[in-house]
Design a protein around this ligand. Structure first.
Ligand SMILES: [Zn+2]
Length: 181
């Protein structure tokens, strides 16, 4: 049974505060801006080229004449702009997403496995009757829905935190190396 119920798109977090239009001191604590992360999704899917004008510090896409980056607030005269997002940053983002997905899928599969095991118990302790068959499908359905919900709530939240902390660690190493060059 394929876990088709898992809505990976839920990880795009539509409830996330869009900070692109806020001043430099805005409350975004994400290293990569939402607009950049959406662009990287498109790049990874082959829907967009990795080309344009990006902040030399945080790689937020900058419009032609913008002097101050709307995401990190650093001026382009200070850090310059780049024409493409470094491949290492794209790879860091991809790994973050795959970690998030891994946790969500793990929750779903563990839940389903437990569900199938529990659902089989009526057959273990009773004969195959209409009642035990109904119990089997009923238990399976309960665990199916339960594990989907757990995956999309707890699994999603844990995956997000894990992916983000790993990303931030790699980002610090990346920045240290980039800025020392
Ligand atoms: Zn920036």
């Amino acid at each position: 049974m394929a876990p088709v119920f898992i809505d990976i798109r839920a990880m795009n977090r539509s409830d996330e505060v869009e900070t692109n239009d806020l001043p430099a001191s805005g409350p975004s604590d994400e290293i990569l801006s939402q607009r950049l992360r959406e662009l990287l999704e498109d790049v990874l899917e082959g829907r967009a080229p990795n080309a344009g004008h990006f902040c030399g510090n945080c790689y937020h896409p900058v419009a032609g004449e913008e002097e101050i980056c709307r995401h990190c607030g650093i001026s382009s005269s200070e850090v310059g702009t780049v024409e493409a997002v470094p491949l290492e940053v794209i790879e860091m983002h991809r790994q973050r997403r795959s970690k998030e997905g891994l946790v969500v899928r793990t929750f779903a599969w563990v839940g389903l496995t437990i569900g199938v095991t529990v659902a089989l118990l009526p057959f273990v302790f009773g004969d195959v009757t209409v009642l035990t068959a109904v119990a089997f499908f009923g238990l399976l359905l309960v665990f199916y829905i339960g594990s989907a919900n757990l995956a999309n709530s707890v699994g999603d939240a844990l995956g997000y935190r894990w992916g983000r902390s790993q990303f931030e660690k790699r980002w610090r190493d990346f920045i240290a190396e980039r800025d020392s060059a």
